[in-house]
Design a protein around this ligand. Structure first.
Ligand code: PAF
Length: 290
């Protein structure tokens, strides 16, 4: 059901902070869904989780320059504000914060968050500076939007862990909730960057979810070698013609350190380029419990 006059769209930091404080002063619980726009059903699942858990749902749309390397797609990152706002309106969002770059990073801005240890490997190695940019903007958003809860997708497994650790380490009084990855019917994890894929690339990209399914059946079938699982997933990718693999990892889901012997749940992480589009995916798998 669409709420009358909703969502309110605010662009100034002072306005959003005052609005959130006012909700909380009225005794209402609030949840935020931080996004970079180009919304899809994955984002909407976070909105629905916020709607279910909180009285007031807030979304943010900000393509954060601090998390893009100079070689990455900041200039061409999809910007679809009108449809984003329509999607948020039809999913009961109360407030949307859409700041300009100059509001978030005014002249003279020079303070950044040093991300936690879980940021070092995988995305941290492939995209130097990425988690510094993510942690900085998310902490800024948490100060501007002092909510009860914040919602992130498991599709960005390492990002969710980095944010969780940052919040614990820096005593940010916001509960972090992570929601399951939303997939297309054929298994492709939803991502704003999927729209870059041509039809043949779209088919090739299904190798990521197939690789994860293979890792799951290896673990459940009794495979204990992390390396054998990594090799198995890499084979699925290369057989599909995906050779630009940033990493395939079998790692501890809490520390993200590589696991040599699989004795419990592990996270399988993949990052690979299909054509010019960089995709990531992951799954938590482990030995079958009898
Ligand atoms: O996952 C994203 O869309 C972004 O990294 C986030 C968390 C909104 C920070 O810019």
């Amino acid at each position: 059901m669409m709420k009358e006059g909703r969502p309110r769209v605010l662009t100034r930091p002072q306005e959003i902070q005052a609005a959130v404080k006012a909700y909380r002063a009225d005794g209402l619980t609030t949840g935020v869904v931080p996004t970079m726009g180009a919304l899809h059903e994955g984002h909407i699942s976070l909105v629905k989780a916020a709607n279910a858990a909180c009285d007031i749902t807030i979304a943010t749309i900000f393509v954060n320059p601090a998390q893009f390397a100079p070689t990455e797609d900041l200039a061409t990152y999809p910007r679809t504000l009108t449809t984003d706002l329509e999607m948020l309106a039809s999913n009961d969002v109360d407030l949307v914060f859409v700041p300009a770059n100059a509001e978030m990073y005014p002249d003279g801005f020079s303070t950044y968050v040093e991300p936690p240890a879980v940021a070092k490997r995988w995305e941290g190695e492939s995209r130097p500076g990425f988690f510094r940019g993510v942690a900085t903007v998310v902490l800024k958003l948490f100060h501007l939007i002092p909510t009860d809860m914040a919602f992130f997708g498991q599709k960005d497994f390492q990002q969710a862990l980095v944010i969780r650790r940052m919040v614990e380490d820096l005593n940010v009084p916001i509960e972090i909730r992570t929601q399951p990855t939303v997939r297309e019917a054929d298994g492709l994890a939803m991502s704003s960057r999927n729209r870059y894929l041509s039809q043949p690339e779209r088919e090739q990209s299904l190798a990521l979810s197939r690789g994860l399914a293979m890792a799951r059946s290896m673990a459940e079938g009794g495979e204990r070698s992390g390396k054998a699982m990594v090799d198995g997933v890499r084979r699925v990718l290369t057989e599909a013609g995906i050779h630009a693999i940033d990493y395939v990892a079998v790692a501890d889901p809490e520390t993200l350190e590589p696991v040599a012997e699989v004795t419990g749940p592990v996270v399988v992480l993949i990052a690979a380029r299909v054509g010019t589009t960089r995709l990531i995916d992951n799954a938590v798998v482990g030995p079958a419990v009898s």
